[in-house]
Ligand binder design. Structure first.
Ligand SMILES: NC(=O)c1ccc[n+]([C@@H]2O[C@H](COP(=O)([O-])OP(=O)(O)OC[C@H]3O[C@@H](n4cnc5c(N)ncnc54)[C@H](OP(=O)(O)O)[C@@H]3O)[C@@H](O)[C@H]2O)c1
Length: 440
């Protein structure tokens, strides 16, 4: 398009997401110019290795190993950080903001740890710091909270926030794979990193939940407030147990707000097969927001990958072209009132618990010991199938326990010679046919 104004972009990083950004800006250039009147051009891209083969065709003169080539270039008005990690990304973003450049980042770890500091600088400098790609890949959930639900009071967020874990759990559920085999397939398909710890231990989902909660709730929380559990201990046995309960295991992030109190948790849960998140398969992500005026809203889409993530980045670019000045969205200034534990003490929750012991015990003895002087246990149920001795002479038993105090319940199990191998919330319906039962 003739007469289109040129906007120069500097990329910090040209890996999976960076390449996707270059590709999609090229393929959609005309469309973007028609819609906005701007021609967006990549001026420079920072990499570590100038000689590495790239996933996208880019003139070699555009590549640099010097961040200053981007940060000190006055023609670059937007910096896109897609390199990952906390440093040097944090320092580079701060320099870019202080130089009056808008910044777009996909870096959830950095935002979850230092988002408030960076947002403050952006506000002082009257530039925009946008991060749609940091949560839910291509799902426009951040803008939804930031721009379209500002009059609503959001009080709950629930979602599948990590595509790698969702892929692994789907493989385990549908193909009967072990955790290790499913992880290996995920790595072969490029869905999991060579070092998968951040994904499978729940850190990645915790970063995203923390970012969303701080956008959605009127009080702020820290990353450390997220109670986190990974999926590495889930076995095909647990998947089979979940199925027998008409459920499915998913890594779920949940955040809720109530009168200044926030509860944040990420971990595997058994959800009922007819739950809206149960059918979200493979690498897909989904987020459900509950707000006072609009009610429940659910968004589903590809949570990672070159193009879905690039989509979020280039939509942030469009937002900057539309509204280059910040328009008032601020992080909350008041801290959340209480820790997660305090909130949880009073809440009754059902758990699926897999325990093992070297000593054989009768079911009714186990239940008796578990519930004796334990007012925190409301109900307990030994699952009728699949218990028995394993090759290493351990007794494996699966229980459903309804308790008001998870910590005390686990202490009690340890005190009666049981090793708790897995304890995850069970959100399904308590079975009607009970093999052995204790009820208050
Ligand atoms: N991949 C996804 O699907 C996805 C989805 C959502 C969010 N994100 C986030 O997006 C960010 C980028 O992810 P990615 O998958 O694109 O990473 P990646 O493929 O590893 O690419 C990182 C890029 O940054 C460059 N880089 C890293 N450290 C650098 C340094 N110190 N100095 C100069 N260049 C450096 C690398 O240079 P070389 O190429 O020369 O090594 C590479 O081009 C991360 O924050 C990630 O969490 C990714």
């Amino acid at each position: 398009m003739e007469n289109a104004k040129v906007v120069y972009v500097g990329l910090l990083g040209l890996g999976t997401v960076g390449s996707g950004v270059v590709k999609s800006l090229a393929t959609n250039q005309e469309h973007i110019e028609q819609r906005t009147g701007f021609s967006v051009q990549v001026r420079r891209a920072l990499v570590r290795d100038l000689h590495k083969p790239r996933r996208v065709s880019i003139h070699k003169d555009l590549l640099t190993i010097l961040a200053q080539d981007i940060l000190d270039d006055p023609s670059i008005s937007v910096v896109v950080e897609v390199m990952g990690g906390v440093e040097p990304a944090r320092t580079m973003i701060m320099s870019a903001l202080k130089a009056g450049k808008h910044v777009i980042t996909a870096n959830k770890e950095l935002l979850a740890k230092h988002g408030a500091e960076l947002m403050e600088i952006a506000e002082e400098m009257h530039v925009r710091l946008l991060f749609e790609a940091s949560v839910g890949g291509g799902i426009p959930i951040v803008r939804m909270v930031e721009a379209y639900l500002t009059a609503n009071r959001i009080y709950a967020i629930q979602g599948i926030l990590n595509g790698t874990c969702n892929y692994i759990l789907t493989q385990m559920d549908e193909r009967g794979s072990s955790f290790q085999a499913a992880l290996q397939t995920a790595q072969e398909l490029g869905y999991a990193e060579a070092d998968p710890e951040s994904d499978v231990q729940g850190f990645d989902a915790a970063y995203k939940l923390s970012i969303l909660a701080n956008m959605a709730f009127p009080v702020y929380t820290h990353l450390g407030d997220v109670e986190r559990q990974g999926i590495t201990d889930i076995t095909p046995y647990d998947i089979a147990m979940a199925k027998s309960l008409h459920g499915v295991i998913k890594l779920i992030g949940r955040a809720s707000y109530d009168h200044g109190r926030v509860s944040l948790e990420v971990g595997p849960r058994i959800i009922s097969k007819d739950h809206s998140l149960a059918g979200v398969r493979d690498v897909f992500n989904a987020v459900t927001l509950t707000a006072d005026v609009v009610g429940e809203l659910t968004f589903i889409g590809r949570g990672a990958g070159e193009l879905p993530t690039a989509s979020a980045v280039i939509e942030d670019l469009m937002e900057i072209l539309r509204a280059p000045r910040p328009y008032g969205m601020r992080l909350p200034m008041v801290a959340s009132l209480s820790s997660h534990d305090e909130v949880r003490q009073h809440t009754e929750q059902q758990y699926y618990v897999r325990i093992s012991s070297q000593i054989s015990q009768q079911h009714d003895q186990v239940l008796d010991m578990l519930t004796r002087d334990g007012s925190f246990v409301r109900d307990a149920y030994v699952m009728p199938t699949r218990n028995g001795r394993t090759d290493d002479k351990k007794d494996i038993l699966s229980l459903l326990i309804c308790t008001t105090d998870r910590r005390k319940m686990l202490q009690k199990l340890a005190s009666i010679s049981f090793i708790c191998e897995l304890c995850i919330p069970f959100d399904g319906v308590w079975p009607e046919e009970r093999e052995v039962i204790f009820s208050m």
